[in-house]
Design a protein around this ligand. Structure first.
Ligand code: ADP
Ligand code: AMP
Length: 215
């Protein structure tokens, strides 16, 4: 099963992708995570992406399309994948369609996590992850059971993203509305897009997504 999770920055795509990964044994492909790994590795692609990401703008389509196409060919994607943060523009959505056709793959679900912009600033500025295993947390909305200790791996070090500040969030929300939201209609016209209420609790959103997928 191959699916796309659509939604504004902070909507809960990463949080839900990790839960769907476990529930359906398919892999999360986050273009944001891939780009952050490129930045950390000091590659040419990372150097090009870094400033753009810090400004809250979108990295050029051709870089992203090439990166995701290579990633989908890897062995761990053969049972299915969850696209998180891709596609983000109409040209990316069109390229994905062509790519899947060439690779003889199907797109089974496009799921939009619908949220209110006003709530996204608090979600993003309070977000942090375990530095060891990448599990996601929030200062208020998703605290670990024991303060300062990761529920998943026991790690005690956490990190926050460079672009998770209020100013950048506003640019990222604008980029979402200007450049990404048109692809909801693109998939709507094809009859494959379903929306869930992303303002509900994390558990409830998972339930809605599983129902939409039919599992
Ligand atoms: P995205 O990947 O869409 O940018 P995340 O999944 O990283 O968003 O979620 C952003 C932050 O909001 C995280 O800290 C997460 O714990 C929190 N969060 C996610 N979903 C919800 C929700 N339904 N209610 C409250 N907080 C949430
Ligand atoms: P995310 O982790 O999805 O919030 O993405 C973080 C940043 O990475 C975005 O603000 C963009 O600068 C960049 N990025 C991630 N995915 C894409 C994409 N599909 N197209 C263009 N830029 C992207």
């Amino acid at each position: 099963m191959n699916l796309i999770l659509l939604g504004a920055p902070g909507a809960g795509k990463g949080t839900q992708a990790k839960r769907l990964e476990e529930a359906f044994s398919i892999i999360q492909l986050s273009t944001g995570d891939m780009l952050r790994a490129e930045v950390a590795s000091g590659s040419d692609l990372g150097a090009e992406a870094k400033k753009i990401m810090e400004a809250g703008a979108l990295v050029p389509d051709e870089l992203i399309i090439g990166m995701i196409s290579k990633r989908i060919d890897q062995d761990d994607c053969k049972d299915g994948f969850i696209l998180d943060g891709f596609p983000r523009t109409t040209p990316q959505a069109e390229a994905l369609g062509e790519m899947l056709e060439e690779k003889n793959l199907t797109l089974d679900h496009v799921l939009e996590i619908r949220t209110d912009d006003d709530a996204m600033v608090a979600r993003i500025t309070g977000r942090y992850t375990c530095a060891k295993c990448g599990a996601g947390y929030h200062d208020e909305f998703q605290k670990p059971a024991v303060e300062g200790v990761c529920d998943k791996c026991g790690g005690k070090e956490f990190s926050r993203r460079a672009d998770d500040n209020e100013e950048t969030v506003r640019s990222r929300l604008k980029a979402y509305h200007d450049q990404t939201s048109p692809i909801i209609a693109f998939y709507g016209d094809k009859g494959v897009c379903k929306a869930v209420d992303g303002m509900a609790s994390i558990d409830d959103v998972t339930k809605q997504l599983k129902e939409a997928i039919g599992g």
